[in-house]
Ligand binder design. Structure first.
Ligand code: HSE
Length: 413
């Protein structure tokens, strides 16, 4: 019998307890022996819930119990998740987590401690919820040189953008609906400002390169300035706008960023809608591969945690070689990242197209009926060049007090 302790009885922790009970025989078959929850650690009480029998409020009970060999960290946040996870690894217990904030901020150290203590620190559920992506990177794609990972990694923002796209909702209305349905937090900043996606692409980039990624080095732009007008243009163009977390390994240079991107129907991530996540991985031999599924939610995310528990049991006496070293990955600045740009400009296309083309070169013009503005799609330009030309255009345009560029969205069309 393997004894597990679950720290945090929230959405994911309770999902793990449920799966270990409902899929008891499948889990036992996978692990080679029965897996049982011995403790559930939470500050709260749960009167009437069967978990009461296993509920503890003192971390030291599970830490000091030699029977507990695997600890699930499902508390979220960094404190006390970080000191608790660290103490468990140092005590020779395997730690499995769904907490991307913990992995992005302290993954390097926790992986090192796990190696030193011949245990495992596993985090499949930290990216893409129930979608297998971490394990494919360290097992199935081991022989590949990863050239690109681009994902729709946040279900809440994907739900909001899908509503704006399919129903013409405003950002505010779509956000409210996401909150009412329980997808978005009351304080939705981490999702809508792209911080959640930033941590997830930091983890994937570290997995792909084998080096430590400081998530603060990743350019991060959320979806709060995307409007229903942008989607009216997108509809006319047969495109959509999605929040991407992306890293592109071009020889020695690695670009990693989070930003809304306009994509067409032929893009592999175009059909990833609502709360679903999709992750595209490009390997130098593999070509493009897609991972798709439920990127959040109780049972899908808990399912990935349970798979990691089994991985830990199967490798109880050794550390699975995964993750990254302490060598720091240098992330190239956005200035050298090249994109096409969807740009909305105030005024009439027939009056301003020449000035726009003087700035950005040949462009495709998109006009919406009844609007005192138009949009263009530029060719591919490095961001430094785009910004320089945009500033020059704006300065020229605004001489008479007019506003020039109203919006810019990177485009992959
Ligand atoms: N807030 C996250 C999302 C939860 O919406 O995808 C899963 O990490």
């Amino acid at each position: 019998m393997v004894y597990v302790a679950v720290m945090g009885y929230g959405t994911i922790g309770s999902g793990v307890v449920e799966i270990l009970d409902r899929n008891r025989s499948e889990v036992a078959k996978g692990a080679g022996e029965e897996v049982s929850v011995k403790y559930v650690l939470d500050l709260r009480d749960f009167p009437g819930d069967p978990v009461e029998e296993k509920l503890i409020h003192d971390f030291h009970i599970l830490l000091e119990d030699p029977e507990v060999s695997v600890v699930v960290e499902a508390m979220g946040g960094l404190n006390p998740a970080y000191p608790f996870a660290k103490a468990c690894l140092e005590a020779g217990k395997h730690v499995v987590t769904s907490n991307k904030a913990l992995v992005a901020a302290h993954g390097t150290e926790l992986l090192k401690i796990a190696r030193e203590h011949h245990v495992n620190f596993l985090f499949e559920a930290s990216v893409g919820g129930g979608i297998p992506i971490i394990r494919p990177l360290y097992r199935c794609l081991k022989g590949e040189r990863i050239e690109e990972i681009t994902g729709i990694l946040n279900g809440t923002t994907n739900y909001i953008l899908t509503k704006m796209d399919k129903e013409g909702s405003s950002f505010e209305a779509a956000l409210k609906e996401a909150q009412d349905l329980g997808y978005a937090e009351r304080n939705p900043e981490a999702d809508v400002e792209g911080y959640d996606t930033c941590r997830k692409i930091a983890i994937l980039t570290a997995m792909a390169t084998g080096k430590e990624v400081n998530y603060e080095d990743i350019y991060t732009e959320g979806i709060t300035r995307i409007t229903d007008v942008d989607f009216r243009y997108a509809e006319q163009m047969g495109t959509s706008v999605k929040l991407f977390g992306s890293s592109r390994m071009d020889g020695e240079q690695v670009h990693a960023w989070v930003a809304p991107v306009m994509i067409g129907k032929n893009h592999p991530l175009y059909a990833v809608s609502d709360v679903f996540n999709g992750i595209l991985v490009k390997g130098n031999m593999l070509g493009t591969s897609m991972f798709y599924g439920s990127g959040a939610g109780k049972l899908p995310t808990a399912s990935a945690v349970v798979a990691d528990i089994i991985e830990a049991v199967e490798n109880r006496n050794s550390t699975v070689p995964l993750g990254w070293t302490e060598e720091k990955l240098e992330i190239a600045g956005m200035d050298t990242s090249a994109h096409r740009y969807f740009v909305r400009v105030s005024g009439k296309a027939e009056e301003k197209k020449a000035a726009v083309e003087k700035a950005f070169g040949e462009v495709q013009v998109i006009v919406l009926d009844g609007m005192d503005e138009f949009a263009v799609l530029t060719k591919k330009l490095a961001e430094a060049d785009f910004r320089r030309e945009a500033t020059a255009f704006d300065t020229e345009c605004c001489k008479n007090g007019e506003s020039g560029i109203l919006q810019m969205i990177r485009a992959e069309l």
